[in-house]
Design a protein around this ligand. Structure first.
Ligand SMILES: NC(=O)c1ccc[n+]([C@@H]2O[C@H](COP(=O)([O-])OP(=O)(O)OC[C@H]3O[C@@H](n4cnc5c(N)ncnc54)[C@H](O)[C@@H]3O)[C@@H](O)[C@H]2O)c1
Length: 292
């Protein structure tokens, strides 16, 4: 057992939650994935397992390390199973009332000392923290997708977040191998403030016929040294998720560059949501989209 082995509860076993649970277990902590029904829990744990097994088969970790991480991963639908959590990481749907309600319920379940992290992309940390009777322990920790691979986490304090909670959160993130940047509790934090308009501009360039999906991706990877092109990235994120994030930022910031271009709506209407649908800007053999 590692000296500071914590119990980490991850709420929501979807795209982000499963990756965050992998990150916690790989970092030597005990990770409990909580979702609303058995099928969602199973899906999250299966995705976590297939990522760890694939990583081992690629030589990125040993089979023993994968086994150890899996032994530290469990799932539940029952909130009372996370009573011993030292850190609760919320990664449920991007819905303010849902997140507030969850933190209100958790006040009566977990210890007063537990940290509450929210992985919101576009909502205010202060507004989410208002659901808890102890907003001083609520910290925004915005992981990048895929959370199990991307190192950076943006950290944002709500209006009542204590400096002690932020300090402990930074230590926790360091313990799971993440690098952090501190940002303000503002729509889009740092990254989505320029990533979203940039992706929208790439889509507009495609609509204007400046290049093809492939040529624009090649130009960005070749010249800007991004690890993947904008359309590969949009397929990983999902067109529906991109639209939701763009729209929420547009509604809050009122700048046209955040508004999703019309092609996004047409692709969503056609079911071309990206990797998870087997088809987006590219087509895929497998519908599995959990990391590389
Ligand atoms: N997808 C991304 O690229 C990305 C990146 C950074 C942050 N985020 C944020 O992370 C959060 C989750 O996004 P996602 O893409 O993983 O969503 P998702 O739809 O893939 O998963 C959400 C999960 O939450 C579960 N859920 C809903 N209510 C719940 C409850 N009361 N308790 C436990 N689980 C519950 C759902 O069943 C689902 O499995 C959102 O706030 C989103 O804005 C997403």
């Amino acid at each position: 057992m590692t000296p500071n082995k914590l119990t980490v509860a991850v709420l929501g076993g979807g795209t982000m939650g499963a990756g965050i649970a992998v990150t916690a277990a790989r970092g030597g902590h005990r990770a409990i994935l909580r979702d609303i029904d058995d099928e969602a829990v199973r899906r999250g744990l299966d995705n976590a397992e297939s990522f760890l097994r694939k990583s081992a088969s690629l030589g990125k970790l040993t089979a023993e390390q994968a086994d150890a991480a899996l032994a530290d991963l469990s799932g539940t639908t029952d909130l009372s199973d996370i009573a011993a959590a030292d850190v609760v990481i919320e990664a449920v749907f991007e819905d303010l009332e849902l997140k507030k309600q969850l933190f209100a319920e958790l006040d009566d379940v977990v210890s007063r000392d537990a940290l509450f992290h929210t992985n919101t992309s576009t909502l205010s940390v202060t507004s989410i923290a208002a659901g808890s009777r102890y907003p001083e322990r609520v910290v925004g920790t915005h992981y990048c997708n895929p959370a199990q691979l991307m190192k950076l986490v943006e950290v944002a304090e709500g209006r009542h977040t204590s400096s002690e909670a932020t300090k402990r959160s930074l230590e926790f993130l360091e313990s799971v191998g993440k690098t952090t940047v501190i940002t303000k509790d503002r729509p889009g934090f740092i990254l989505n403030r320029f990533l979203i308009p940039w992706e929208n501009n790439c889509i507009r360039a495609l609509e204007a016929g400046l290049g093809t999906v492939e040529s624009i991706d090649r130009a960005v990877v070749g010249a800007l040294r991004h690890p993947m092109g904008p359309f590969q990235l949009l397929d990983v994120v999902g067109l529906d998720v991109h639209k939701a994030v763009s729209t929420r930022l547009y509604e809050q910031l009122h700048e046209p560059r955040f508004a999703p271009p019309p092609l996004v709506d047409r692709m969503i209407a056609a079911g071309d949501l990206g990797r998870k649908a087997g088809r987006g800007f590219y087509t895929y053999d497998s519908t599995k989209s959990f990391g590389a």
